[in-house]
Design a protein around this ligand. Structure first.
Ligand code: EPZ
Length: 420
């Protein structure tokens, strides 16, 4: 199994180019199930989650070429509507085939995604909304078995909780439904907005994009003609690299980034004493005279993203004072605290609240990644710890970060990949 060796006491300097957003590329890929034409999608990050989803689409009958971050995919000839457990168990976002398959073929079987380290990750809200649109849905043998003999029908849907992939599944289902679907309490993440914009460019009439209430006028089963797509920059990858600059108290420039997607993160970095200069598609981080402690509550976009919580916990270990982080979205997203403690961090957790006493010098050690964002937090901690930190189970990291060690090495990090 691969592991990363990170040497500490690092100072970074230079420029990093941000890749396309994994969490935008995933629904955009499944949305091609609604397309009548071959679709070109550029700026797709070459990461494990993307390759896994493409394997699933291929099993369903999609044809594609994926080279140099450009995907040419034709899903018009899909002939299969069963998404097997084998693939879905490794990448729960595969649930994003449910809405489009049901809308187009009026029936499908999609394995229930398992939970993961950060939480139970239910999909009850996806299922409830599709039932409201006329689907008959049973859970049989670990599969969501869905059928809509007369096709899905638009209706008014109010999400009890804001769900990103739940919103995306229903947006795609509504695009091909009969009549209008009004979705209230919809997620407003940039990745959800890009999906709406892409479908609107394909001729689906959508009102209210970017607000928490949208109306979609379905095509009654008519496939749509997609234009070229360029995936938006990955705001979480960008935030992770800003934290790499911050934790080593370095000056850093990010390119190919959309700073308007990072307002909550940039605001917290300023609170901690860092300078931020935002230009067209660029963000400059300026080192802090003193790193201040911070209080963070994770919530839905545009508030502070849960996917940046672990990275800021690592950063908070370097603050002069006590930081508080409250994780409001997932029930078990503090797995990285025990690994950070192995490096000497002083962190106490009580339910959903973590208290981090900064100022301890971290000491390199062997640590274990537990989930995608926790693994990046351990890399960040390794950059400042004394000595070498070996991070195991980095298959978690490879799911969502493209060329992480190359990008960090290019700005001065000493980080190598080994095999055990
Ligand atoms: C998306 O997951 C992201 N994944 C996650 O990023 C991200 O952490 C999460 O949104 C929150 O922002 C992708 O976009 C592929 P949710 P998703 O449905 O859609 C509850 C990463 O690091 N819920 O918005 O699965 C759920 O338990 C990943 O890239 C229900 O109760 O998250 C959670 O508490 C990790 N019932 C809350 O809603 C449902 O049917 C938000 O979950 C659905 C969700």
């Amino acid at each position: 199994m691969d592991f990363l060796s990170v040497s500490g006491n690092t100072k970074l300097n230079g420029t990093i180019e941000v890749s396309g957003a994994k969490n935008s590329a995933l629904p955009l890929i499944t949305s091609t199930i609604l397309a009548k034409n071959l679709v070109n999608i550029s700026n797709i990050p070459n990461v494990v989650d993307i390759r896994t989803l493409l394997k699933l689409l291929k099993n369903l009958g999609s044809e594609f070429e994926f080279n140099n971050n450009l995907l040419k995919i034709d899903s018009s000839k899909i002939h299969h509507t069963k998404a097997n457990y084998e693939i879905i168990k490794t990448m729960r976002a595969s649930i994003l085939v449910l809405g489009p398959l049901l809308a187009r073929f009026r029936k499908c079987e999609v394995s229930l995604p398992g939970g993961c380290a950060i939480g139970e990750r239910p999909v009850d809200l996806h299922i409830k909304a599709l039932k409201q649109m006329g689907a008959e849905i049973d859970i049989r043998g670990g599969y969501i078995v869905a059928e809509a003999k007369k096709g899905l029908k638009g209706c008014e849907i109010v999400f009890d909780k804001i769900t990103v992939t739940g919103s995306e599944n229903i947006i795609m289902a509504a695009a091909l439904s009969k009549g209008n679907t009004k979705i209230i309490n919809i997620a407003k993440e940039p990745e959800v907005i890009q999906l709406c914009n892409v479908l609107q460019n394909a001729g689906v009439d959508i009102n209210g994009i970017g607000t928490d209430e949208i109306t979609i006028y379905g095509t009654s089963g008519e496939l749509v003609e997609f234009s070229e797509i360029e995936v938006i920059p990955d705001r979480i990858e960008a935030g992770t690299y800003l934290c790499a600059g911050a934790i080593t108290n370095s000056n850093l420039t990010l390119k190919k980034v959309n700073s308007s997607h990072l307002s909550a993160v940039l605001s917290k970095l300023k609170e901690m004493g860092f300078g931020i200069i935002e230009n067209e598609n660029e963000i400059k981080l300026i080192e802090a005279r003193k790193i201040n402690p911070v209080e963070i509550i994770t919530s839905e976009y545009p508030a502070f993203p849960t996917d940046m919580q672990a990275q800021f916990m690592a950063l908070a270990t370097q603050a002069e004072g006590t930081s508080i982080i409250e994780e409001r979205l997932f029930e078990n997203r503090f797995m990285h605290t025990s690994e950070l403690r192995r490096l000497g961090a002083s962190i106490k957790t009580n339910g959903k609240v973590a208290t981090i006493d900064g100022g301890n010098k971290l000491i390199g050690a062997e640590v274990m990644a537990t989930d995608l964002r926790a693994s990046s937090a351990l890399v960040l901690a390794g950059l400042v710890a004394d000595g070498v930190t070996d991070i195991h189970r980095i298959y978690h990291l490879d799911r969502g970060y493209e060329k992480l060690e190359d990008k960090l090495s290019s700005i001065g990090a000493k980080i190598t990949r080994g095999k055990k």
